[in-house]
Each structure stands twice: as structure tokens, then as C-alpha cells.
Design a protein around this ligand. Structure first.
Ligand code: SPD
Length: 289
């Protein structure tokens, strides 16, 4: 951190149910878009960071924990990975991870808030990296719910939901009707993936997401990892498919292509991450309600 920043250092906290999750640093920019309040922050420990409506979304030095965990279990296992849909993901990190695969022919990134993309490109270019100039990436500034509703059946090999928390504008990204539409537009042999909150800080929301996925798809399972800047640090991502839980079984050629480039994800890590389900979560998921 430079001297000027050192002098002005203060804290930003995400508040959640009587707990604060904070980083020391300095606000670089704050503005309100038509959709949300956006903050760009320079933190002492994790580098530049993005907050939406006061919640941590990403930071330069912790984003790999999130993006690798969301993308690689899906892309390593889907039968085909020609066409990928990302809903949200305006910082570019999910697109970057998808585009590491040679087999990927197109990635449609549907982000509702143009300012998130503009500010991420300007202040967090290290996250989107070369994805922004990759000819396979199609960015559309649109509402993801409408996009999915208006897409024909069996359109995508992999669907990734990289949304904000299910409060406010992103709530519908976790609803039964939206997720049912996602299944409709997923090709047979495809994999669906979504961030699914912290089993500790957002316990009931996490349970609800996995249960809704299990109502819609034949198989759905959460995987657990860490994102230090998020509430509790413990985070989850959930994967769903039809006929077999194929997301559990990475395809060897893809593992070979990708593993060396990853900081967190590996075949071994993924196996453990699906298995570190806390006992009380397993019990809660088994309950009928
Ligand atoms: N509390 C954070 C929930 C996850 C939000 N998505 C992060 C976007 C990173 N591309």
C-alpha cells in the first residue's frame, strides 16, 4: 500500500446478522447505478475490491478461490463445452476461467449492470484479464431472467450463475421458476452451476438453494471452499445435472489442460470439497419440508 493510502486507511465492513466482515483500506470510487450502489475499494491485504450494496463481491487477491470453484467442476465434467452461458459475472473472472478451455467456442455473458463491467475493466483488469478481448466472449447488457426465459430449449452446454447474494435485485436468480428455465435451456449431458452462499452465515438460504435444485434436476450437490472476504469465509457452490451427477467426475483430458493454471482447483481438491459437507447441512438437506 502506498504512503498516501497508508495515511488515509480506514475500514469497510459488510454487516450481516450482528457480525462485521471488514477490510482495512481506502475507497477509490463510490456511485449508484440504476441497479445498485457500487464501491471500488483498495484493501491492504486483498488488493482492489468490488462491493455491491455494501457486500463484498470480489477482490484481486481472493477471486481465484471463488471463480475456480464455480467454473472448473462444471467445465471439467460437462459432456460438451461448446457454448457457455454466464448470468452475472460482470467482473470477468468467471469468463476468464471458462475461456481457458480450447474446446469452448462461445461464452454469452449476460450482465444487468453495465457499470459493473465498465468499472471492473477500469479498476480490476487483472480479474477479467484477456477474457475481455477474447473473440469467443459475447457480452450483453440485459436482464438474465429475461434472457433465460427467451432462450430456446437445449441451447447451452454449461450454465453458470455468478450472481450477487439472493437479496435485492439478484433474488430471482435463485427462484424455482428461473432455475426451471435454466434446466430447460441446458443441453442433455450439460452441467448447471451456481454460487450458493455460506452454509454458516446464510444457512437457510444455502439449504433452500440446494433443495430447489434437487426438485428441478435429477442430481444436485454443494461443494465447500473458502473465500476469505465473504461472511464467515466458508462458501459454497452448487452443481446440478440430469441422469448422473456428472459434475463429480472430471474428464481427464480437461483436467490435464487446466490443472496447472489453477491456484485452488485440482481434481483432488474438488473431491475433498464435495465431501466436506458439514454433518448438520447433510441432515438439513435430507429433511422433508
Ligand atoms: N457475498 C458474495 C456472493 C457472491 C457474489 N458473486 C461474486 C461475483 C464474482 N464474480
Amino acid at each position: 500500500m502506498n504512503k498516501e493510502l497508508e495515511e488515509k486507511a480506514h475500514w469497510i465492513d459488510e454487516y450481516h446478522e450482528g457480525v462485521r466482515y471488514g477490510l482495512e483500506g481506502k475507497v477509490i470510487l463510490e456511485e449508484s447505478s440504476p441497479f445498485q450502489h457500487i464501491t471500488i475499494y483498495e484493501s491492504k491485504k486483498y488488493g482492489k475490491a468490488l462491493l455491491l450494496d455494501g457486500c463484498w463481491m470480489t477482490a484481486e487477491k481472493s477471486e481465484k478461490c471463488y471463480h475456480e470453484s464455480l467454473i472448473h467442476p462444471a467445465l471439467c465434467s460437462s459432456k460438451q463445452i461448446n457454448n457457455i452461458l454466464i448470468i452475472g459475472g460482470g467482473d470477468g473472472g468467471s469468463a476468464r476461467e471458462c475461456l481457458r478451455y480450447q474446446e469452448v467456442k462461445s461464452v454469452d455473458l449476460i450482465e444487468i449492470d453495465q457499470r459493473v463491467i465498465e468499472l471492473s475493466k477500469k479498476y480490476l483488469p487483472i480479474i477479467g484479464e484477456k477474457a475481455w478481448s477474447d473473440a469467443r466472449l459475447n457480452v450483453k447488457i440485459k436482464n438474465g431472467i429475461d434472457w433465460v426465459k427467451n432462450t430456446e430449449n437445449n441451447a447451452y452446454d454449461v450454465i453458470i450463475i455468478d450472481g450477487a447474494d439472493p437479496i435485492g435485485p439478484s433474488k430471482k436468480l435463485y427462484s424455482y421458476s428461473f432455475l426451471k428455465d435454466c434446466k430447460r435451456i441446458l443441453k442433455p449431458g450439460g452441467v448447471f452451476a451456481t454460487q450458493s452462499e455460506s452454509p454458516e452465515s446464510f444457512h437457510q438460504i444455502h439449504i433452500n438453494i440446494v433443495k430447489v435444485l434437487r426438485q428441478i434436476f435429477d442430481y444436485a450437490d454443494p461443494l465447500y471452499g473458502f473465500v476469505s472476504i465473504y461472511p464467515s469465509g466458508l462458501w459454497s457452490w452448487s452443481f446440478a445435472s440430469m441422469e448422473k451427477p456428472i459434475y463429480m467426475y472430471p474428464i481427464e483430458s480437461r483436467v490435464k489442460e487446466i490443472a496447472e493454471k489453477c491456484q485452488i482447483w485440482s481434481e483432488r481438491w474438488q473431491k475433498g470439497a464435495f465431501n466436506t459437507i458439514p454433518a448438520f447441512i447433510e441432515r438439513d438437506l435430507a429433511k422433508n419440508d
